[in-house]
Ligand binder design. Structure first.
Ligand SMILES: [Zn+2]
Length: 292
């Protein structure tokens, strides 16, 4: 019955929002419109964090190449004639022990739309009004605005969480400026049952490798194994809650491989997401835009 299924769907969606909100306090309880509301503060936080994290120049020292003096600091130039330059910025948050955890991260580029609704994802949107993201990238936000688990076991979020029904098929998504097909690097436990793929993006005339995580899967497609090339739209697996019991969603995370790292020499598995191998990146920098 269409009427009943509509009501059931609303109930399921509402449950997803409530449960995931428990996990991440960044969210507001207003459904799809939360993301539109988040857009402005997020943009503000992003630029604040960039401005406040650039290194202050030593006295009488000119700003390094690619930066300009702005008051007491050297500000990185986000854009030039050859296109957007990806910035690496320091980030930090306070862990349960009270210690600061520091890391590098790549915040959203200023020319990329702040709204998560502007992008395509590896699964169909699972929220009301066509929204897909229930919890977004927040490593570029000040410590107090990063997400906190109930026991502070989850601080900060380097990907996007996409709620969908258990068993929904997850497809390989070709990223912007990607050259060639993606390659499966790893399948197995990581963020629950996880598939990690490699994508080479042509940025400002330079090929850069990215690794993409598909986490909390219910299952991995039988044909998906390390070394396999994956074309846009090929099935990776299905949405589940492995490693996040009761929270059925896809964790989708993008990381840029550090310059000089040869992925062929990196052991498949947790090493792929180690700080010295890859830097977490705001996925909006590389996700394809949703057609208008
Ligand atoms: Zn997540």
């Amino acid at each position: 019955m269409p009427y009943m299924s509509w009501r059931l769907k609303v109930a399921v969606l509402f449950t997803s929002i409530v449960v995931l909100t428990h996990e991440g306090r960044v969210l507001r309880m207003t459904g799809g419109s939360a993301f539109a509301n988040n857009a402005a503060p997020n943009a503000a936080a992003s630029s604040t964090s960039l401005a406040s994290t650039v290194a202050a120049p030593r006295r009488n020292e000119a700003c390094p190449e690619g930066t300009l003096p702005d008051g007491d600091v050297c500000v990185h130039l986000a854009l030039d004639e050859s296109g957007p330059e990806l910035l690496v910025a320091p980030g930090a948050h306070r862990e349960k022990s009270g210690a600061w955890a520091t890391y590098q991260q790549i915040p959203r580029l200023p020319d990329r739309p702040p709204s998560y609704d502007a992008y395509l994802y590896p699964i169909p949107p699972g929220l009301a009004n066509g929204a897909a993201v229930v919890s977004g990238y927040d490593l570029d936000r000040p410590d107090g605005q990063q997400r906190r688990g109930q026991r502070l076991s989850h601080v900060g979020h380097g990907g996007v969480d996409l709620p969908q029904a258990r068993g929904t098929r997850v497809s390989l998504l070709r990223l912007e400026h990607q050259s060639g097909e993606a390659e499966v690097l790893y399948t197995g436990p990581l963020f629950g049952t996880t598939v990690v793929t490699r994508h080479t993006l042509l940025e400002n005339g330079v090929n850069r490798d990215y690794v993409v995580l598909f986490g909390h899967l219910e299952s991995i497609a039988p044909s998906v194994h390390p070394g396999r090339a994956m074309a846009d739209g090929e099935i990776i697996g299905t949405v589940g809650d492995s490693g996040s019991p009761g929270l059925v969603h896809l964790h989708y995370e993008v990381r840029r491989v550090r310059d000089g790292v040869d992925l062929r020499k990196v052991a498949a598995g947790p090493r792929l997401i180690a700080e010295d191998v890859s830097i977490v990146c705001d996925p909006r920098n590389v996700l394809p835009l949703r057609p208008l």
